[in-house]
Design a protein around this ligand. Structure first.
Ligand code: SF4
Ligand code: SF4
Length: 76
């Protein structure tokens, strides 16, 4: 599984960038329609859950996002 950020919810706080121990996210200078800089999921292959389909071994970013903007999607 890999993460995705819903740009409609993200407020550009960058918590996901700083909290991810695997450096999956990077800053972006692309403004969302809401006027926030939404991070990019630049290295999903670094995530602890890369290749997993069952129980996640890490959900730090998902649980830490104050806007619930991060969700899981299939890597296929
Ligand atoms: S933690 Fe959530 S709201 Fe903050 S930048 Fe990341 S996705 Fe956006
Ligand atoms: S689940 Fe953990 S390793 Fe994967 S992107 Fe989120 S914080 Fe990083």
């Amino acid at each position: 599984m890999k993460t995705q950020i819903n740009p409609a919810y993200c407020k550009g706080c960058n918590i996901c960038i700083y909290i991810c121990p695997k450096k999956v996210y990077v800053k972006s200078d692309n403004l969302s329609e809401q006027g926030y800089f939404v991070p990019i999921v630049s290295a999903p292959e670094n995530c602890f859950n890369h290749g997993r389909t069952g129980k996640m071994s890490c959900e730090l970013c998902v649980l830490s996002c104050p806007e619930q903007a991060i969700t899981w999607i299939s890597e296929e």
